[in-house]
Structures are given as structure tokens and as C-alpha cells.
Write a protein of this length. Structure first.
Length: 422
């Protein structure tokens, strides 16, 4: 009996020591900011890349329709895969989610299929992380109400502890009273003049009048920019309902973004949007317009202010336009070079579903704007006969070889589209 009590005491002591050694997410972040270890196990969480899940996803890809000469393959099984950031040095793909995970996806053998998917910085509990890279290799992560940065993330990600810092502290990206489960995902990009750019969706279907001044002041329902250390914040654009896709044109250096428009107005209205913001201070249609030139019911009796900018492209109503990227590679045929690929996640409030596809918009050679109609490029995740979704497409990104990555947060996968020729 005495031996048992000693053993029990020892176990209790070990348990207490383990509890003390395991830091909270905030404590772990502070340790990493000081270049200290967090005590996390080197045996990090990884996702199996073979087995029944991968087999089922590959089978579903047989449904996908592409232009002649293209093929689509499973690149990686990634739970809840949303927005992607491709490392400029290593090509490691960092993938955000609408939950607490941020994944690092590695193709070690360079056979264009991921060998490893593992949790990035496992000691940190993220909140809907949206990643983006600077050209010099700093990984920024825009969360619901915080922004972090991970210098040299491509080289530290192999272990659980990574160099980290805080760009915008918790509770300072938006007022805490405006935190909401609705339209809370953030996306980011680094501008050509080295500014951190973040879209801030507003939490309403149509914002109430008593919120307009507050939202405009903070950039909620808009796009904000700041220095990479979080200083000198400015509201770059307003009148945006919920943009979950922003990118800069590689030649003109100007901002383009998608916007998801007002729900509950019918299957075919209002349209989704692709917008152009070449300068700071531009005002887009919300809340007077629900999408395109369609007036909202809530503001139908008000005269819209002057100087509102309409979308450049109107897209299928409620198809949920998300991530987008300009194609700068050489693998695809000439007609795709310089064009805009964009993702449509798929509708939730239409009686006849739409979306769940990759779209393509050809652009003028000088980058000034579209030179043709926006058309489907990859589709088939939506069964048009039954209305069943086999996937929900969120983001598009380009690998160094010129192939296109496509994320799917419902199937939990990243696909790779390549051109094989005729």
C-alpha cells in the first residue's frame, strides 16, 4: 500500500509538472517571440496522404471538366483547406482554415504531389487564419481579430517552434464589440509598395445605418492597409460587403478583389463582383447597392452618395466569389497568360445551386482590365441534376512550375491543374 501511495504521488507530481510545462496559446506565442522553446512535442500532427479519403477524392475528380489539354490531380489531403500562400523560396504551401489550424504542405520529392501535410506552429490556436507571403519570405497570418507574422516560416516550419511576432494584437484589428461569426474570415496580401493589405468583411447581410460611421472609420466592410509592423494603418477602400479574395496585378501593381453580395433577394439577383481599386479612398456600392446596380431593400429610399465605383465584372448571383490570382506562369497556353483565375465556392441560399468552380477572366496585355467574358475553367464539383456538392472551391494559387492549385474546404483537399498539351 505504501508503494502504491508513493507511485500515485509521483504520478500526480508528474501530471502537475506536465500541466505547468504546457503553455497556453498566448504564452507559447510570447515564448516564440523571445526565441524560446514552447515544450511542444517534436511528433507533430500530420495528415495521411493515402487511404480511403484520398481514394474517394481522386474518384470524384473524374467528374471535373477542363479545357482540352488540361488535367486535374489531387495535390494534398488538407482538412478544411481554404486560402493558400506559396512560399517564395521553398514552394511550401501554407493553408488556412475557418477553424484553428494552419497547415504546411510539402512536396519533398517535387513530383507535384504533397508528401507531407502537418500542423504549423502547433502551440498556437489560430482563429480563422488567412495566410499571405511577402516577396522576401515573411508569412503573415490575418485572423479574425489579430495579425501575426512568422519570419522565415518556410525554414522553421519543420519543428513545432517558429520565429514569430505580433503585427496587430488580439482585439485591435476590429473593435471587440464587432466580433461576429458572420463574415469573420480575413484574407491578406502584400502590396507592391510593401504594405500589408487586409479585407474586413462586415458582420451583417446589409449593415444597419447606425453602424455606418463606425464601420467606415475602422474599415469594416472595406479594405485596410498598414506598414508591415502594423503602424500607419489606413482605410484603403469602403463599401465592400465581404471580400474573401484580394490580389495585386503583377504589371499595373493595382488592387483587384472579389465581393460577396446580399443574400435573400432571389436566385438571380444581385450579382457577385470582381472589383478594381487602383487608388486609396475609393468607395464601392454597399450598403446602397446589394451587388452591381441592384439597390438594397434597406436603403432603397435613400439617394446613394456620389462617386461610388461599380464592379468591373458582374458574376453569377450567390455563386460566392472567393480567392483570385493573376496567372504569371508559362505552362498554360498563351490565351491564359496574364489572365485572372478566381474561385466560386458555391451558393447556399439559391433554390437552384450555382458555383463550385474555377472561373477565368482574360485580361488586356497592359493589365488595364478584362479583354473578354468571365467563363468557367474547371467545373463539375456541383451535380446540376441533384444539386449535390462534391466540393466547395475557395482559393487558387500558382506553383513555380506554372501549374494552378485549387483549394476545397468541403472535401478537405488541394488540387493541382496542369497543362499536358493536345
Amino acid at each position: 500500500m505504501k508503494t502504491f501511495r508513493l507511485t500515485l504521488s509521483a504520478l500526480l507530481a508528474l501530471s502537475c509538472a506536465a500541466a505547468i510545462a504546457a503553455p497556453t496559446s498566448d504564452e507559447a506565442l510570447e515564448r516564440m517571440r523571445s526565441m524560446k522553446t514552447t515544450g511542444q512535442s517534436l511528433d507533430m500532427k500530420t495528415i495521411a496522404q493515402d487511404g480511403p479519403t484520398a481514394d474517394a477524392i481522386r474518384e470524384n475528380l473524374k467528374r471535373i471538366k477542363l479545357p482540352e489539354g488540361f488535367r486535374i490531380d489531387l495535390y494534398a489531403v488538407v482538412p478544411d483547406a481554404r486560402h493558400m500562400a506559396v512560399g517564395p523560396s521553398s514552394g511550401v504551401v501554407f493553408v488556412g482554415t475557418r477553424k484553428t489550424d494552419l497547415w504546411a504542405v510539402t512536396d519533398r520529392t517535387k513530383n507535384r504531389t504533397a508528401d507531407e501535410v502537418k500542423r504549423f506552429a502547433p502551440a498556437i490556436s489560430f482563429t480563422q487564419p488567412g495566410p499571405c507571403f511577402s516577396p522576401d519570405g515573411f508569412l503573415f497570418v490575418a485572423e479574425h481579430n489579430r495579425v501575426l507574422v512568422f519570419p522565415a516560416a518556410e525554414f522553421f516550419y519543420e519543428g513545432p517552434d517558429v520565429a514569430a511576432d505580433i503585427v496587430v494584437p488580439t482585439g485591435e484589428l476590429i473593435p471587440k464589440d464587432e466580433e461576429s461569426y458572420n463574415h469573420g474570415a480575413r484574407v491578406c496580401a502584400i502590396s507592391p509598395d510593401n504594405k500589408l493589405t487586409i479585407s474586413l468583411g462586415q458582420p451583417h447581410n446589409v449593415p444597419p445605418k447606425d453602424k455606418l460611421e463606425l464601420y467606415e472609420r475602422h474599415g469594416i466592410g472595406g479594405i485596410v492597409r498598414m506598414e508591415r509592423d502594423g503602424s500607419k494603418r489606413e482605410v484603403y477602400a469602403t463599401g465592400v460587403r465581404n471580400s474573401v479574395g484580394i490580389t495585386y496585378h503583377p504589371t499595373t501593381k493595382e488592387l483587384w478583389f472579389t465581393d460577396n453580395q446580399v443574400d435573400g433577394m432571389g436566385d438571380e439577383t444581385p450579382p457577385g463582383e470582381i472589383n478594381h481599386a487602383p487608388k486609396a479612398g475609393m468607395k464601392f456600392g454597399m450598403p446602397w447597392y446589394g451587388g452591381g446596380q441592384v439597390r438594397t431593400n434597406e436603403y432603397a429610399d435613400e439617394t446613394p452618395p456620389e462617386g461610388l465605383t461599380p464592379p468591373v465584372v458582374e458574376t453569377t448571383a450567390h455563386a460566392a466569389d472567393m480567392g483570385l490570382t493573376f496567372y504569371t506562369g508559362k505552362q498554360f497556353p498563351e490565351q491564359y497568360r496574364g489572365g485572372l483565375f478566381s474561385a466560386q465556392r458555391g451558393s447556399w441560399n439559391r433554390t437552384v445551386p450555382a458555383g463550385a468552380r474555377v472561373m477565368f477572366t482574360p485580361f488586356a496585355a497592359d493589365g488595364s482590365g478584362p479583354s473578354g467574358e468571365t467563363v468557367p475553367f474547371a467545373e463539375g464539383w456541383l451535380d446540376e441534376e441533384t444539386g449535390e456538392y462534391y466540393g466547395r472551391i475557395v482559393d487558387v494559387a500558382q506553383l513555380k512550375d506554372g501549374s494552378l492549385l485549387v483549394s476545397d474546404d468541403t472535401a478537405g483537399a488541394i488540387y493541382r491543374i496542369s497543362y499536358q498539351g493536345k
